[in-house]
Ligand binder design. Sequence first.
Ligand SMILES: [Zn+2]
Length: 258
Amino acid sequence: MNRNITLKAFTLSAFKIKEADRLLHLLTKEHGLITAYAGGAARPKSRLVACSTPFTLNEFELYTHKGRYSVKNADVIYAFAGIREDFDKLSEASRLAQVFEDATRFESGDTDLFELFGYALYALADRDWPQLHAALAALRLLAAIGLAPFIGRCVTCQAALTAPYAFSFQASGTLCKTHRRDIYDLMPLNENLAALLRHAVSAPLPRLFTVQVPHGLGIDMIEWIWHYLEYQLEKAYPGLLMPEALDISTKGNDTVEI
Ligand SMILES: [Zn+2]
């Protein structure tokens, strides 16, 4: 059925196709991740340039036909300008958007990834530790799709444990002495880090990013979460910026080296 719909969406990434068009990956509340065709959006004077910019929240007027979407019009609701003024913020937002694009494939439909991404962008734009906030959002995202780490009880027998725990990335949880046997990737997990990971998994969204974290603990948490996430999703997220996604145009025949 052909119809026009209006919805709010975060632009996660934009890819140039043909001469002057773009494909947008949009995170919506109603339909999860969708791909929308934005005709002419790669022309500098197109009215669709602003909504094609990654990490913006827009109200889109879309035309749908046979499950495909094309953009008729769009208005920027919030641009999150602070993210694009800082390389680290932009890099972390890119990394997080890639994780959201991958993770939404696992989503059952009863989680609110749209709201989480919004809170994460506000935190990245307005706060000054983007690596910490991207990691908090990434672990919360994993929890939302059923991949939270199991901490505090044995993942095999449910026996209650006390810190410091022995955590296995392969088993996705802490293990009792009996079930540690034959596990070869055990890592110690102290109570402070365990408490922070619990916060990331279960704090109410308005409080998720306002947590005060000592520097050393934050560094440990960031490293732990990305290791865990890459293990769970079986993919590396190095946080490299994709020139296309950031709309860096090349002049003449120059190439952009990553
Ligand atoms: Zn056990």
